[in-house]
Design a protein around this ligand. Structure first.
Ligand code: FAD
Ligand code: NAP
Length: 307
């Protein structure tokens, strides 16, 4: 049996490992299908403290990984398919069938942005298609941009993008926003933002240029197609936390985010850190910060077992 297993190798899991391994706790990270997490899918990270000239996402998590390894963290390739958390000790079953047990567990499985799922969108991900305006917005200066979605995130993303874009078009599938009134009003009164109602993105244009050049939009009432020239497309249609393996055992909100108090879940010895328990901030620095908190909480819990 291991002392501590951390599920997930993004900023939250890696930071937790730096703290726990440095505290001489035997620490194992199960990496998941995306070693390094969401940051490996982006280029410049300009808002992580300590890198004034920016750092690419892959290098940032690689440095975190080296730091965790330096203190003895062991990395296991694999994806947790099933967790039995109420048992003592809790156990995790990987996709290979291998079962791991640990005295304490930190869940840092992150959240995945929802995408439309159309082929052209997948092809141009990272080449003008993004799901994070805070992260990638500054890369698109003085070009028109589009945002898909009608919730608060779409409003926030659109307003944020007006700092850089020449114009922002919100494409929404209905004729009214889901967003709070105040956010919707801010968007609707913004001189740089226009709204295309009752419409869905049919195709992201630019495959030949290998970068986004526009979007083909279908009006859902008339079925008419129209092309909007844009240099970037930002999806803001919600996030899905990676919590399927823990359903029925851990408290979650209605969208599947883990509910944790100071990283402690409803099961003693099971902690949650990073985007998997944060539907609001969803940043590398906040994920790393809660990873630190979870490691300190796990350390306290493990110490309580030997008293
Ligand atoms: P993640 O990074 O999502 O990592 C989750 C980890 O869990 C992964 O390693 C995955 O393999 C693993 N995992 C998932 N399910 C399982 C399972 N069942 N079993 C085992 N492992 C599992 N934030 C910033 O602060 N600045 C930026 O510039 C920035 N740019 C971004 C650009 C893009 C394109 C995206 C998508 C996000 C960006 N973010 C940025 C947000 C930032 O990446 C996230 O907030 C951060 O990565 C969250 O860290 P995390 O460790 O909680 O989760
Ligand atoms: P959300 O409220 O679930 O909104 C998602 C939006 O995307 C909806 O408008 C939805 O359309 C649209 N959508 C979903 N799937 C789609 C698809 N396949 N194609 C096209 N459009 C699609 O998600 P969110 O905006 O990320 O917000 C999540 C939570 O965080 C909310 O509770 C929100 O209030 C909160 N939040 C608050 C703030 C703030 O207070 N400042 C900021 C951000 C987020 P429909 O409307 O037609 O369903």
């Amino acid at each position: 049996m291991k002392k501590l297993i951390i599920i997930g190798s993004g900023p939250a899991g890696l930071t937790a490992a730096i703290y726990s391994a440095r505290a001489r706790i035997e620490t194992v990270i199960v990496e998941g299908l995306l070693p390094g997490g969401q940051l490996t899918t982006t280029t410049d990270v300009e808002n992580y403290p300590g890198f004034p000239a920016s750092i690419d996402g892959y290098s940032l998590v690689l440095e975190m990984r080296k730091q965790a390894e330096r203190f003895g963290t062991v990395f296991v390739s694999g994806d947790v398919k099933f967790a039995s958390l109420v048992e003592k000790p809790p156990s995790l079953t990987l996709e290979t069938g291998e079962v791991l047990q640990a005295a304490a567990i930190i869940i840092a499985t992150g959240a995945s942005a929802r995408y439309l799922g159309i082929a052209s969108e997948q092809k141009l991900r990272g080449k003008g298609v993004s799901a994070c305006a805070t992260c990638d917005g500054a890369l698109y200066r003085d070009v028109p941009l589009a945002v898909v979605g009608g919730g608060d995130t779409a409003m926030e993303e659109a307003l944020f993008l007006t700092r850089f874009a020449s114009r922002v078009t919100i494409i929404h599938r209905r004729d009214q926003f889901r967003a709070s009134k105040i956010m919707a009003e801010r968007v609707q009164s913004h001189p740089k933002i226009s709204i295309v109602w009752n419409s869905a993105v049919e195709e992201v244009l630019g495959a030949a240029a290998d970068k986004v050049t526009g979007v083909r939009v279908r009006n859902l009432i008339t079925s008419a197609l129209s092309d909007i020239p844009v240099g970037g497309l930002f999806l803001a249609i919600g996030h899905k936390p990676n919590t399927d393996a823990f359903k029925g055992q851990l408290d979650m909100d209605e969208t599947g985010y883990l509910i944790a108090k100071n990283t402690r879940t409803n099961i003693a010895g099971v902690f949650a850190a990073g985007d998997v328990q944060d539907s609001v901030y969803r940043q590398a620095i906040t994920a790393a910060g809660s990873g630190c908190m979870a490691a300190l909480e796990a350390q306290r819990y493990l110490e309580s077992l030997v008293q």
